[in-house]
Design a protein around this ligand. Structure first.
Ligand code: CDP
Length: 767
């Protein structure tokens, strides 16, 4: 049974990921744990290669240490000690011998495309190579697709440089900036930031004059944000030859773990946007030679663009497939984890790729249950989840060494595919799926679907097992399954709702979005749909330029839909901004309520949560949950346990809530003394809150039909109220809902009751 979960146009972006549980297969206990055969592996010699374009390789003057380090004053001895300890590790990275060549390439050229396997040292070393270059008088920005990577890289580079992090101290050379958390100071020279943050900075300072170099890392992930950044940077570097505002031209370094160099070089070479749709080269992927394509591409580069290739250090990894396909990959993963644990010597951590928070937490619980029953003489197992919505301190735990006689099992989403290097991993278990966004133009709905990954993603996952020693990769699918996978993941921009991307472009003054230089041009229909959606939200004017409301929305790290809800709630006649912030914060996590497996526990939870449930629906239920949690004075963890609420999720919710409140204050929508929403909202207030929701989520409204079913007002799609909703089984005249879920049939999830009059009024106003 292939189950899928869908979100409609709306997706909370606050913490990068919001995924849904419906897609997960049922979690059951395995009956028996069989022992696997020990695989045979042989070590393999490795080498490192580098080819600068059209450039003689300068003499490799191996430096004894970094120069910037000598400039730092008042650096405490413990930082210098750590720096010195890490220097040999840095020197052993494949990229280290190429430092001088990279510097030389950027001396003469403004653009560098650098490819190299994950772990070869690109993200940590490149900024340190460049920091003392004569042209590098300002800060270096390095973008990351994920918050956890930006923060952990900043910490690592700060350690390697003997630097404080983001403080006021002159010795604080390294910092980071991620949504809702800024750790930079006046002396910051190396700044890791999420792609979203760089885009926000580009809106404020289009010339990027605060930077000497912008490094766009992990380009192969091809997030929409990376595509926008590349488009803006291309315009910037193309125009900068004539511009004299800068003392030194901006250097742009594009880094990727895969070899699609050709299209990147071509993209920067073409000074005119191409009106045709271009697909990335569709060469079949060969596991052993994929990166070698980079060398070929590097032969054909223009003079102002350099390309470099660093071959990673990769030990052989044995691949084990399942003999038969399975839907119960949580169970299969559990079996393999224990087989490995009993059979394989320590050290050797296990990295498991799963699809989302619910499967991860389900497996985490099963591992802990089983581990309790292990004999005392068996080493311990430590299960560590890793997904984007996890609170930061929990994410950072994966980087800490395991305690004595303990094997780490990291349960991750595709966040660990290339973004995050987890040291110590020898075994990879790959479920072969991931959640991806898919936008359906016809329905105007964005869905989050569990889909098979591509071959290139499977290769990346496997590679994680062979970074430090020979490894093993257990694919929870058959070899035939692998052979039928797509070669590459389709870039997000070709399959997602583009309204947020277009609003960003409009806010940056790009009027003609249809002719923006896209690395891959999205279908015209998708662009037009997004423009229409923004018009409906009044984020654009009739002439297509950005409106006052649109500008306000663009300043929030939210989808335009949620941004519109916030702006609506701040209007004096609505006056419910704090409540709406609470609800949006709760929507930023996958689920504030614990997902329970057995019927008995489910009933128990229903009873315990009854006092939180509101008859108006799920939005107000979330509001009450956040309010009660926030007001809890004694022990929030106990409160959560009592109400079957996830304490972990609530910690994230509280962080997002605080940040959103601060941003509303900055935008003067909220005053400083206003931080606690009024407990137990009155009926009038509840109605105001739902009216705000409706203003943003107008495409996600449905009315009841004579036969008791619901049909969406825009799109005429039949939907049913999801069993997880407090409104499940109720018949009401109209509903507004948060997302669309497919599990055999179309469900509306996160549902509230609204009056049909309100809905028709809003629909009339925008049509
Ligand atoms: O960017 P790339 O994937 O090529 O490599 P990197 O992120 O610069 O990582 C190089 C090495 O630094 C890794 O193999 C890790 O040993 C180490 N590292 C770390 O210990 N902690 C981090 N947060 C990041 C990197």
């Amino acid at each position: 049974k292939e189950t899928t979960s869908t979100t409609p146009k709306e997706k909370t972006r606050i913490d990068g990921i919001k995924s849904k549980s419906d897609a997960e297969p049922p979690i059951e206990r395995p009956e028996k744990l069989n022992k696997p055969k020990k695989p045979q592996v042989a070590p393999q010699a490795t080498n490192s290669k580098f080819k600068p374009a059209q450039q003689a390789r300068p003499k490799n003057k191996q430096t004894e240490g970094p120069r910037y380090s000598q400039q730092a004053q008042n650096v405490p001895p413990h930082l210098l000690k750590k720096r010195d300890e890490l220097l040999p590790v840095r020197k052993s990275l494949p990229i280290w011998p190429q430092a001088d060549v990279i510097k030389a390439a950027l001396k003469t050229n403004n653009i560098l495309v650098l490819t190299g396997e994950t772990g070869s040292g690109k993200s940590t070393q490149l900024p340190q190579f460049l920091i003392d270059e004569p042209w590098c008088t300002k800060c270096i920005a390095i973008t990351q697709p994920r918050k956890v990577a930006a923060i952990s890289l900043a910490r690592r580079v700060a350690d390697e440089m003997g630097s404080f992090m983001g403080s006021q101290s002159p010795a604080a050379k390294v910092g980071y900036s991620v949504r809702f958390d800024n750790a930079t100071g006046p002396s910051t020279k190396v700044k890791f930031l999420t792609e979203g943050m760089l885009l926000q900075e580009m809106l404020r300072n289009p010339a990027m004059s605060q930077y000497s170099a912008v490094v766009v890392d992990e380009v192969h992930e091809r997030s929409v944000n990376v595509d926008l950044i590349l488009g803006f940077l291309r315009n910037l570097v193309t125009g900068q030859e004539s511009a004299s505002a800068r003392q030194h031209p901006l250097k742009v370094i594009v880094m990727s773990a895969t070899a699609d160099v050709g299209s990147l070089v071509k993209f920067f070479e073409d000074s005119q946007p191409s009106p045709t749709t271009e697909k990335p080269p569709g060469n079949p992927i060969d596991e052993s030679t994929s990166l070698k394509q980079a060398e070929v591409a590097s032969q054909a580069v223009a003079s102002r663009i350099s390309t470099c290739f660093v071959e990673g250090r990769q030990y052989p990894v044995k691949t084990v497939y399942l003999p038969q396909p399975t839907q119960d990959w949580v169970e299969s993963a559990l079996k393999i984890i224990f087989q490995l644990h009993y059979k394989e010597p320590m050290p050797g951590d296990i990295l498991v790729f799963l699809t989302g928070q619910d499967t991860i937490e389900g497996l985490e619980k099963l591992i802990n249950d089983y581990a309790e029953g292990m004999d005392k003489d068996v080493p311990k197992l430590l299960a560590l989840p890793l997904f984007a919505a996890l609170p930061q301190h929990a994410q950072q735990r994966i980087f800490e060494p395991a305690p004595f006689r303990t094997r780490k099992v990291i349960l991750a989403t595709n966040i660990a595919e290339t973004s995050v290097t987890v040291p110590g991993v020898r075994f990879v278990i790959d479920c072969g799926k991931s959640k991806i966004k898919q936008f359906r133009n016809r329905l105007g709905l964005e869905s989050l679907l569990v889909k098979p990954i591509s071959k290139s993603a499977a290769i990346q996952r496997k590679g994680r097992a062979g970074r430090e020693a020979p490894g093993q990769c257990y694919r929870l699918y058959t070899e035939d399954g692998y052979n039928t996978m797509d070669e590459r993941t389709i870039p997000e921009i070709l399959r997602c709702d583009l309204s947020q991307a277009i609003l960003t472009m409009k806010a940056r003054g790009v009027d003609d979005v249809l002719n923006f230089p896209f690395l891959d041009r999205p279908p015209r229909e998708a662009l037009e749909k997004a423009l229409l959606q923004l018009l409906h939200l009044q984020a654009l004017t009739e002439t297509g330029s950005i409106s006052e409301t649109g500008l306000k929305i663009s300043k929030f790290p939210l989808t335009p839909t949620l941004g519109r809800v916030l702006v609506e709630a701040a209007k004096p006649e609505r006056d419910c901004l704090l409540d709406v912030i609470d609800i949006i914060s709760a929507l930023s996590v996958e689920n504030v309520f614990l997902n329970l497996v057995t019927e008995e526990r489910k009933e128990e939870a229903e009873e315990a949560r009854r006092e939180l449930y509101r008859r108006e629906g799920d939005h107000l239920t979330l509001l009450v949950t956040v309010q009660r949690y926030a007001a809890e004075q004694t022990d929030r963890k106990i409160w959560c346990d009592k109400h079957f609420v996830s304490h972990r999720a609530m910690q994230t919710v509280m962080n997002v809530r605080k940040q959103l409140q601060q941003q509303c204050m900055q935008q003067k929508l909220l005053s400083k003394d206003d931080t606690q929403s009024e407990l137990a909202p009155s009926e009038a207030r509840s109605q105001a809150i739902l009216a705000c929701m409706l203003r943003g989520f107008i495409s996600n409204t449905a009315r009841m039909m004579p036969d008791g079913s619901y049909k969406t007002l825009m799109g005429n799609q039949t939907v049913a109220i999801h069993p997880s909703s407090v409104l499940f089984g109720r018949k009401v005249e109209a509903i507004v809902f948060n997302e669309f879920v497919f599990t055999g049939k179309a469900w509306a999830r996160g549902v509230s009751v609204v009056q049909l009059d309100w809905v028709t009024e809003v629909v009339k106003a925008i049509m």
